[in-house]
Design a protein around this ligand. Structure first.
Ligand code: SF4
Length: 298
């Protein structure tokens, strides 16, 4: 079904006036889906046009887009996209910041603890003491990622488990906002066997201290990069400090999706929400203005 813009607008104005909770008729639902499909087609076309303007744009077997040398592409992403899966590991239930794009915005002080001596690995709770056995008897993933809130709130708890996964030959990456990292803790992570560290530079508004920590991390950890949702605020601050960031010698910058949910969704006009069968149900794709799209998207 094709519908003109004028007709679509009239119908949507009519739908907006319906009493809350009133269901649309089947015919009306067809109009809604036809309109969404046309919007989607336009967005995809615009995205393709923007991609054509990015010199040297490559794909990783059509799983994601990137520019730059292949060897700089983060192995943690390779593991997730092409390997035998990536297992998420959770421990810390606190953060020292309050980013409005955070999955847990508005409830950062009320996240349930994982439990003393316990880690959540791939959605299941394990005692730290049982991890050696787990690694011995289970099929190992190619990689694991330490996700969830801010690990440097209690980073000393991570060294031992990182050593265990390192001994098992599993590639490991960890996310941080970077504000609490120090030379001592970054060195300890590198010595424990962490392969890759990713800084959410947008969380601190591109703080100088975090940029400095990226450079320090490069001394001790083989792959160091940035992974930050592409917000307007980050875009502006990043370009003011771009040279300092590049001077750290970092390996990659992942321009991450916005992961939106009822806690952090705030719908300024530049967000177009669509259902993507992507990594999670809550993942919604923010189709951004031209300049942000030029920056790329994982
Ligand atoms: S730094 Fe990360 S965990 Fe902390 S509030 Fe920001 S997005 Fe959430």
């Amino acid at each position: 079904m094709k519908i003109s813009k004028k007709d679509a607008l009239s119908w949507f104005e009519f739908f907006a006036q319906l009493p809350a909770g009133e269901q649309l008729l089947v015919k009306q639902q067809e109009i809604v889906y036809a309109t969404f499909a046309q919007i989607e087609a336009v967005v995809i076309k615009r995205k393709e046009e923007l991609m054509e303007q990015i010199p040297g744009l490559k794909t990783l077997k059509d799983r994601t887009l990137f520019v730059g040398p292949d060897e700089k592409f983060p192995d943690g992403c390779r593991s997730c996209l092409l390997g035998s899966g990536l297992t998420a590991i959770r421990k810390t239930n606190k953060c020292n910041l309050q980013c409005r794009f955070c999955y847990n915005y508005g409830e950062l002080d009320a996240i349930e603890p994982v439990g003393e001596g316990i880690w959540v690995i791939g959605g299941t709770k394990f005692y730290e003491n049982d991890i050696d056995l787990l690694l011995e008897i289970h099929k190992k993933p190619t990689g694991v990622a330490y996700v969830y809130l801010e690990p440097f709130m209690e980073i000393e708890k991570y060294y031992n488990i990182i050593q265990k996964f390192n001994k098992a030959g599993i590639y490991q990456h960890l996310y941080t906002n970077g504000t609490l990292a120090t030379e001592t803790t970054l060195k300890a992570l590198g010595e424990a066997g962490l392969n890759e560290l990713r800084f959410n530079l947008g969380a601190s508004g591109c703080a100088d201290k975090v940029i400095e920590n990226i450079g320090i991390a490069k001394k001790y950890i083989k792959k160091v990069g940035i992974e930050t949702p592409m917000t307007n605020e980050f875009f502006e601050k990043f370009f003011l400090k771009k040279q300092a960031v590049l001077d750290t010698g970092l390996d990659f910058i992942n321009c991450a999706e916005l992961h939106l949910n009822p806690k952090n969704v705030y719908c300024p006009p530049w967000i177009y929400i669509t259902n993507l069968q992507s990594r999670t149900d809550t993942q919604i794709y923010g189709s951004r203005s031209k300049r942000e799209m030029e920056f790329g998207c994982t």
